[in-house]
Each structure stands twice: as C-alpha cells, then as structure tokens.
Write a protein that binds this ligand. Sequence first.
Ligand code: ADP
Ligand code: MG
Length: 694
Amino acid sequence: MKGNSADSSISPVAAGFSGKAMQEKLARLGIANEFDLVLHLPLRYEDETHLYPIADVPADRTVQVEGVIIHSAVMYRPRRQLVCQVEDGSGVLFMRFLNFYGSQVKAYSVGTRVRLLGEVRPGFFGAEMVHPKCRVVSAGTPLADALTPVYPATAGLSQEAIRKLIRQALARSDHAGSLAEVLPVEIIKHHQLHGFRDSVMFLHQPPPDASAILLQERTHPAWRRIKFDELLAQQLSMRLHYRQRRSRSAPALTEKNKLTNALLQSLSFKLTGAQKKVLAEISRDLAAVHPMQRLLQGDVGSGKTVVAALAALQAIENGYQAAIMAPTEILAEQHYQKLSGWLAPLGITIAWLSGSQKKKQRQAALADIATGGAMLAIGTHALFQEQVEFSQLGLAIIDEQHRFGVHQRLALRMKGAKTGAVPHQLMMSATPIPRTLAMSYYADLDVSVIDELPPGRTQVVTKLVADIRRDEVIARVRESCQAGKQAYWVCPLIEESEVLQLKTALETYATLTLTFPDLKIGLVHGRLPPQEKTAVMAAFKQGAIQLLVATTVIEVGVDVPNASLMVIEHAERMGLSQMHQLRGRVGRGAEASVCILLYQKPLSAIARERLKIIFEHTDGFEIARQDLHLRGPGEFLGARQSGVPMLRFADLEQDADLLAAARIAAEEMLRDHPASAQRHLQRWLGEKSEYLRV
Ligand code: ADP
Ligand code: MG
C-alpha cells in the first residue's frame, strides 16, 4: 500500500477517503478503511451475464433481454408515460416509464438497440417491463462476465460508485497481500473451508454459473467461509478475554459446609435438583485460585436468591466478604430483608447500602464494609462507588446482570483488587439467554442454568383483553380482592419521559381509588422516597394493601406469594422480556394465578406478534428465543453490546453449526496457533481487538 497518501491522484480510493463528505457517507455504511470495503458484501446480485430471448423469459425473475426499439411514444392515458416496443427476433416486449426525462425520449428512439434488465409482467398492452434498467448498446456489446453485485447503499452514494470503490479496494488489497490466508491449514482442512481470498473475490464478483440460490440464501461455501471467520473472530476475542481474566489470582474459597448446611437446614423447603446442580458448579469455581466468572441463568421464580445466599456463605465461612448488588432499590431492599431473615440467625452481619439512604446510616455502613464488620453487603449500584472499600471482598454477586453496564460490573469486581486478588464474580439473570446467544455473545463467561421451577408452582393463565372491555377486568379485580387475594395493577410504560410515566401512575392510582372505594390500594413508583417505597411494599407483603398500583419498577425480583392477579395496562407497549418478568410476579403461591394484558387497538404488527408470543408461552427460554428471532441480537444484548463484537454476516439461528465449529476452532487456535489467532483478530476487529484485551 505504498503511496497511499491522501493527496495521491493515482489512488481514487485514497482520494475518496480523503474527502470528508465521502468519508461520512462511507461511515454511514460502517466503512472506515479499505478492509471494511473488502468486507462490504453484496445484498444480492443482478444477472447481466445472459440474454434471454423475449419469447421465453421466465416469469417473476429479473432477467436481461436485448432488442431494437420498433415503436416509441409518450402517451397520456391513463397518465403521462413513455412507452416503447422492443423486438428481438423472437418476440416483442413493451417497456414503460412513468417518470422520465426528455433525454430518455430522445435516446429511446426507433431503431435504437437497447439492453433491458427487469421483470417481465403481463401489462395493459401485453408483456412489459416497467422501469427496467435500460442501456443503449451496439450489436455485439460484450456481456458482463460476473454477476453484478448490489451493495448496501446510502443516500448520495450510487451503486456504481460503491462498486468502483470496492473493485479498487479489492485489487489493491490483493496486490498488497492483505487477502492472504491467516488460518492454519489444519483448521481449513478440518472444517472444509474455502480460501479467504477466493471467497471474498467470489462474493463480490460471482461467475455467471454461480448458484443464485446458494448465494441468495448465503449458504454458498464462500459465504460460509466469511461467516465462519466472523464467528471465529468473535469467539477468539471472547475466549481471550476469558483467559486473561482467568489468569489473575483469586482467593480459594473452599467448601466448609458449616454455614451453608446451617442455612439449608433452616429453610422451609428443599433445594430443587437444578439448584443443587448449579450450586455444585459455583462451589467448585469458588474453591479455585482463579476468579470465577459465571452467569447463573434461571427463569423468574426459579430460586436464584437462595443459591446466591449459599454462595455468599461459602465466601464468608472462608473469612471473606461477599456483596450482592441489585439494579433497583426495591429489589435490593427485598434481598436485604430476605437474606437478613435467613442469615442473621446464623450470626452473619449484613450492611445495607443505597443511593438514597441518610448520610449517617451510609457512613456507618461504609465503615462496617471497610473494617470487615459486615460480612455481607447488599445494595444498589451505590455498592460500586468509589467511597466503598471492602476489607476483603471474596465474592461479588450481581443480580439481574443485564441491567448493569459492563463498566459497572467491572468496577465491583475491582473492589477486591487492592489486595492483589480479584474477587469471584457471580452474575444472575432471569432474562434467559437463548443457547446460541450464550454461546456467542457470552462466550467470555461460564454459564449455569436452573432449568426447573420449585415444586407446587401454578401455571399463570394469561388473558388478552382489549381496553374496551375494561369493565370486566375491574369486576374481576374486585371479586378477587374481596375473596382475600391480592393484585397488581401495572401502569403503562412511557419510555420517552419519566415525568409522564409518573403522571400516568398518579392518574391511574387516582382513578382506581375512585373505582374501588372498598379496597385498600397502594401506589409504588420509581420516584417515591425510599422509606415510603419500603413501607408500601411491606404493607402489600403483609396484606394490608389489597391492590398495588405500580410502575414497571416491580418488574424485577418482587416476591409476594399471595398476589395472584396482575393487570398490565397498555401491554402493547411492553417488550417481551418485560412482560415475562412482570407476569412472573404472580403464580408464586399455591393460588391459581391470572395475568390480564390490557391492550389498546390498533396494534402494530410487532405488538401483535409480541402479545401472541406472551399469550402462547410461559417458558422464559422459549419467549427469549422468539424475542431473539423478532428483534435480532442487538436489542437483546442491551448494555452488553458495548465491548462485544457484533455479528454482521452470521445468523445465530441459521448458522448454529458454524458457531459450534468456530468455538472449537477458537480454542484450538489459542492453544496451538496463537500467532494466527492474533492475525485473524487484527483482520476482523482491528483496533477493537485492542480494546477487548484490557
Ligand atoms: P428468582 O430466581 O426469580 O430470583 P427467587 O429466588 O426470588 O426467584 O425465588 C422465588 C421464590 O421461591 C422465593 O419465595 C423463594 O424463597 C422460593 N424458593 C426458592 N427455592 C425454592 C425451593 N427449592 N422450593 C420451594 N421454594 C423455593
Ligand atoms: Mg431474583
């Protein structure tokens, strides 16, 4: 790439990149350098390598024909249009332009030879092409020798311009040797991969006989090579990340079974098989001298809290501290109460830390945490702020981990780092991550799954009710509460404005208070002062409140078994995982539970789809899988997105086999071919691979 300076007049690519306007346009397509152009792969192709005789063009396919114009006229019925008749010896075809320039009328005059690319349909006058791509040619003009790629484009950058830029980038990259193979021969052989250079060239310029179907469906070996490479880069970076963290040292927190057994004996229930299984996995990790990095997944209500408590006890019985961080005050508070109930009798000291507590209490908590007076710290994100210093943190537990950003989790992990050892980390999530996602975007973590609910849970019956039938819902709530049960009334989500959401919650509360003068109604929302929040939740738990009007703050964690009815307003606005989480607040006791999804018409296509899925499924993994299908991984990953390389070409559902292959190959390469691994990462992630290494 000698002479590739910005002012080089012989290098249109460099010249292109030097123009700010051009750079911005390319940036919109995610293209920042020459190699990005190489990987800017076609969406589809046009076939200009064949000419079809007009008499036997296939239907419903874009084809190319060539002929001479035998009639040409601007017609005014039903509206102004240019209509030409083209004849090729085998037959006649009309071409029709509804928008056209005067220059076209001139160019498409009788006797002119033209090449048309388009779909032939039966038209008003006979077989016709409407707005074909039309080129004036002379007899014998050579045909294209490769399929014509159609690229993702953007305003102000024509297909022609992109094609040219890419052609040049390919030639230059090839010349510079930057398309050379970087994978070891063994891996290429083992996975029967096409060469990288050949694959790239093929996809940009497929020969006329290339299989249109394989190209379109992206199953052609050339496509598979590119997808494999992409998945491999992702796996490599995630596994490298994993190894690097793994290479740090952590305190070995061995199983002592004193406190843990004491807790198990005091519980009113026995652990499920699934809880025992994940506990064994966690316990083994804790005993190792390297930091655990484990994600514990389990559907809503599967009993993750007790597993967290047992893990914390294992740290504590080794003389270390544990911390549990939750994303909302309500949830953190609830953990505090629940764990105090379980652990205080065992002599465990617990500190409580939240952003909104009084200065004095906070100072006392901070002191307890710093001196080691507190064996367990429970709190919100306040736990990872600078002032918080642990005496000896051995285990950091993060509940509902997807609510936290990468940086926040990192900060808590570093809390123990001053002693040289990194604390073990357990992340918990009730938003089940489909297997393929876990294998790809979470490949830097070990994963445990609780795949069984505690016995005696009743299925929640879900009902979809249009808003116009609100009266029936109201009757149902009254009946239920009068029978001694409790209910949630969840206010609509208003994403644009927290203030508006609060207003709606207050209004809903006011309306329902009038509707149910006979019921004891409470209100909880994000802006309520913490003491009031606690008081309302406690009253609901004790049954002093029958109907709890709430914003989506109750989405995670809240556990009131006597509540068996939930009404969700404007369910059409809620996301799938949110509805699943909310619904998980009921069905926690022996009582048959009902979740009523009130929706307002008209429904958008996606809202209809979501309501259908939540109506038909109760299994969180299945819902997550469908959600992934509906929205793609991007939205699914939320906070995780930053820092994890996203996939552009591979599709986790369609390419699950390639993902599995890439996982194996990544381990092999890191073990046997580290230099290749490094080159591959450099090629695919560039500077981003540096970021991942920290
Ligand atoms: P989640 O996984 O959603 O965090 P929780 O830990 O809040 O679920 O547990 C839900 C409820 O189930 C709690 O009341 C908890 O005490 C109870 N629970 C947990 N494990 C069991 C079990 N093995 N048998 C019966 N109840 C259990
Ligand atoms: Mg929980």
